[in-house]
Ligand binder design. Structure first.
Ligand code: DC
Length: 249
């Protein structure tokens, strides 16, 4: 599995980088985790924060989505944990930083768009519930982090399971109705007809599935700072995180 490189700083964060570099002296590297439910805007916020800090950005949801797509294309039995674990070694998964996000490829074929297809979203819960597969993905996430001086990683279990000793942990939350409205706006902007009731129900189903699995469930780490993004923008959420990090450093 290949990994994204470091994020590019936007040049407005000299003080923060200096401060963080001092932290590196003590900690060798800095991991910042952002967990939260579907549709809350974690990727946008995590990318924004990584960019401001000049850190690497890791979209762990893309990993689960890529394994799901590979399993679907191989017509694997999605109810067979052993079969799903095997998919990891059967395919070459690559995650590369690209404009505004992460480019994902499977066996050399770009699947960045395909991993966002509704049928992949609907099936990803099968992959996400296999403890053995999660353990391998978590190990890959840790391996990647160990190669970076600083990383912002987002998902469901980053502060609880993958990086329990992370320097800073955030839990981003928002009202399901607001998340559904944002998702509908995104779909409409892409020219896709969006049915609000259906999107809302889908968000609630994903919340249930994320919170109720026994391996790596969605739950805030005890030491996470919760940010409610219901009525603030992604930029405001990044600013809140930065001011918290600055205050603590
Ligand atoms: O963040 P996302 O919607 O792209 O994530 C897709 C799915 O992957 C999500 O439904 C749950 C799963 N996931 C997970 O189980 N653990 C993570 N750390 C990230 C995502």
């Amino acid at each position: 599995m290949g990994w994204p490189g470091r994020g590019k700083s936007n040049g407005n964060n000299a003080a923060m980088v200096r401060q963080t570099d001092q932290t590196f002296d003590n900690m060798a590297k800095l991991v910042i985790t952002i967990d939260g439910p579907a549709g809350v805007g974690k990727s946008t916020v995590a990318k924004g924060l990584a960019c401001r800090l000049g850190f690497a950005f890791l979209d762990t949801g893309a990993m689960y989505r890529a394994v799901t797509l590979a399993a679907m294309r191989k017509k694997a039995d999605l109810n067979s944990p052993e079969r799903l674990v095997a998919i990891l070694s059967e395919c070459d998964f690559r995650f590369t930083p690209a404009d505004g996000g992460t480019q994902v490829s499977i066996d050399g074929v770009d699947v960045t768009e395909d991993i966002r297809l509704p049928e992949v979203t609907a099936n990803v819960r099968h992959i996400a519930s296999v403890a053995g597969l999660r353990a391998q993905l978590v190990q890959m996430q840790r391996n990647f982090a160990s190669t970076q001086p600083g990383i912002v990683t987002e998902g469901r279990d980053q502060g609880t399971v993958a990086f329990p000793d992370a320097g800073f942990k955030f839990f981003l939350t928002a009202d399901p109705a607001q998340r559904a409205r944002r998702r509908c706006d995104e779909l409409t902007a892409k020219g896709v007809d969006a049915d609000y009731a259906r999107v809302h129900e889908d968000i609630e189903q994903r919340d249930l599935s994320d919170r109720s699995r026994s391996a790596g469930p969605l739950t805030p780490a005890q030491d996470a700072v919760t940010i409610d993004a219901t009525s603030i923008s992604a930029e405001d959420a990044v600013a809140e995180m930065l001011s918290y990090i600055e205050g603590e450093s």
